[in-house]
Write a protein of this length. Structure first.
Length: 139
């Protein structure tokens, strides 16, 4: 079931990140939305999306569901432009900080995929022998 308030909040966040709309017809855009929201949640306000590891890094099925709801009903996105958060200036500051640090690569799906994956799997948690096993060819 779709949570329209959550979709409105998600829409407002995407607007503040610089996305002019939600286009779920393009795989790279879907990937970018997944990764930028993951990165944001790791550096700022939580939107309540849980992630698990999937083929191309962190993935949230619930986020995909909400994004498709927004895509199918553009009114949700358009009506969210004037939405104010409870701690509006504080939340916007955090969102804009992530946006500004990523800069022009905010819509680069490969960059976002790598960054989100690096955040998901801290380097200190990697097992060196497992890394070597996957990187080096077997003899």
């Amino acid at each position: 079931m779709v949570d329209s308030d959550k979709c409105k909040i998600l829409s407002k966040v995407l607007i503040e990140l610089g996305f002019p709309s939600v286009d779920m017809s393009d795989f790279d855009k879907r990937l970018s939305y997944q990764k930028i929201i993951y990165i944001l949640q790791n550096n700022g306000p939580s939107l309540g999306y849980g992630y698990n590891w999937y083929i191309r890094g962190p993935y949230s099925p619930k986020l995909t569901e909400d994004l498709f709801s927004i895509f199918e009903d553009e009114i949700i996105f358009n009506n969210s432009k004037s939405l104010k958060f409870k701690a509006n200036s504080e939340i916007l500051k955090k969102i804009h900080s992530v946006r500004d640090r990523i800069g022009g690569r905010i819509k680069d799906p490969i960059f976002l995929e790598i960054l989100a994956s690096m955040l998901y799997i801290p380097l200190s948690a990697l097992n060196l022998s497992a890394v070597v096993f996957f990187i080096l060819p077997t003899q």
